[in-house]
Design a protein. Structure first.
Length: 319
């Protein structure tokens, strides 16, 4: 369907005709006196033929009509594919503490740091969340909001891929990482609110216990899925061993809030967790279809401009 954005612009079509009807003021100017024969010959040569005058008038009217039509803004209503909408807000909270530099993962036989493994799988998980509003929280000693809630999952995935250790400190403040996600979700009116929390260490910063924050999540109706990353647990570690993960605390956080807890020791485990989260938090079907206007003013404007150029090149004069 084609319509006009500003149909009142068509009222300008008769302006040239109205201008011709206005009375003309006769003026006196300089004159050149020539012999009668010479003056008659020059006037005959300068006067356009009747066909030329008709062609010139038609050309100028066409140019004017095209430019007025372009000003009226012809446009076509075009439906676009429906966007998937899940009605869910999902906050991804990632640990960027110093232990994430440990290279105890492997890809094709080559060592890989924990951070690189999380970037690889986490970014792909974010890209598959079409229909969700995603946010990204990164935490170390402190937590900060790395990406606001958005349907642009590709932007969140790129932010995960460019995350670096050190900007938020090198300690592990799980409580603040989860708390900041809950603070943002408190403003959300989504039907479903979810946090995916990944950590590879023990909560050793901040004044709040992670279990207490999990109870707050439960009272808000927010599910927290936790991922304990690393080959060694606190429970089985030797005294003073570094780079171990507190899987028991993360499991408690998930259970208190009604989420699921995952244990990741290898890159394969991490990929399996991403697939499991896809099943736990599936993307909904299509939402409402959208309609947009495709502008068409360029074509009459182009035709009018080309007509003016052609008339100028032919030297046609408006009678």
């Amino acid at each position: 369907m084609i319509d006009l954005a500003t149909p009142l612009a068509l009222l300008a079509l008769p302006v040239p005709l109205l201008a011709r009807l206005l009375p003309r003021r006769a003026g006196r100017g300089a004159a050149l006196i020539l012999p009668a024969g010479t003056a008659a010959a020059l006037l005959d040569r300068a006067a356009p033929s009747r066909a030329g005058r008709t062609r010139g008038q038609a050309g100028w009217w066409l140019a004017w009509a095209c430019l007025v039509l372009a000003l009226a803004g012809p446009r076509q209503l075009v439906p676009v594919d429906a966007l998937p909408v899940s009605g869910r807000d999902l906050a991804i909270s990632l640990d960027l503490s110093g232990s994430m530099v440990r290279d105890d993962f492997a890809l094709d036989g080559a060592p890989m740091t924990r951070l690189d493994a999380v970037k690889r799988v986490g970014a792909e998980f974010a890209r598959r969340r079409a229909g969700d509003r995603l946010a990204l929280i990164l935490f170390g000693s402190e937590a900060y909001y790395a990406a606001p809630f958005t349907f642009d999952t590709e932007a969140v995935a790129r932010r995960i891929e460019t995350a670096e250790i050190g900007i938020s400190g090198r300690a592990t403040n799980i409580s603040d990482g989860l708390g900041l996600a809950l603070k943002r979700l408190a403003r959300s009116d989504a039907r479903t609110r979810v946090v995916v929390l990944l950590s590879d260490g023990v909560n050793n910063a901040g004044a709040t216990n992670p279990r207490g924050v999990a109870e707050l999540a439960a009272s808000m109706g927010v599910r927290v899925h936790t991922i304990a990353l690393g080959p060694r647990d606190v429970a089985g570690a030797e005294a003073g061993e570094r780079g171990v993960v507190d899987a028991a605390t993360l499991r408690s956080v998930a259970e208190i809030s009604g989420g699921e807890a995952f244990r990741v020791r290898t890159l394969g485990d991490l990929e399996t967790v991403a697939e499991a989260l896809d099943r736990l938090e599936p993307t909904a079907g299509d939402g409402l279809a959208a309609e947009v206007f495709r502008p068409l003013w360029l074509w009459p404007a182009l035709l009018g401009t080309l007509t003016c150029l052609w008339l100028g090149w032919r030297g046609e004069a408006q009678a």
